[in-house]
Design a protein around this ligand. Structure first.
Ligand SMILES: [Zn+2]
Length: 138
């Protein structure tokens, strides 16, 4: 999934005159690995969310996939919770990058973590409402 996202490093392959520097930190080539795991801004988001969720800090896509492989067959509330956190975090880091490029808006890592928590909370509440509706429906 992530390897299909447009990054500046990918764009530079098609248009060599474009810059591939990460728009968030201006320190490295904007690859998937950098944008979601190596960039200071993403690392800060993952550190906060990992601490909140009680999961190991993932510092690479490869490490995340290996860790997910241990859990992927499980259908527990905890695993659903973890997947919601990851998907929301990836979405908001991506939005942070896009907002920076297209709207010159800069959101802090703390704001992203709060938004991820808000999204996860409301997704879980949505599941609870759906379950209540399914069990209470005639
Ligand atoms: Zn960066």
């Amino acid at each position: 999934m992530l390897d299909r996202l447009t990054t500046r490093a990918r764009q530079k392959k098609w248009s060599p005159t474009l810059t591939d520097t990460c728009v968030l930190c201006n320190n490295d080539s904007e690859t998937i690995e950098h944008l979601f795991f190596k960039c200071y801004h993403a690392r800060r988001v993952w550190q906060v969310l990992s601490n909140l969720a009680g999961i190991p800090f993932m510092d690479s896509w490869q490490r995340l996939l290996m860790w997910m492989g241990k859990w992927i067959q499980r259908k527990s509330l905890y695993w659903t919770f973890i997947k919601l956190i990851w998907s929301a975090a990836i979405y908001h880091v991506r939005m942070k990058r896009n907002n920076r490029i297209h709207q010159q808006v800069f959101r802090t890592e703390e704001a992203i973590c709060e938004q991820v928590q808000f999204d996860v909370k409301h997704r879980i509440l949505g599941f609870a409402k759906l379950n209540r509706h399914l069990y209470l429906s005639p």
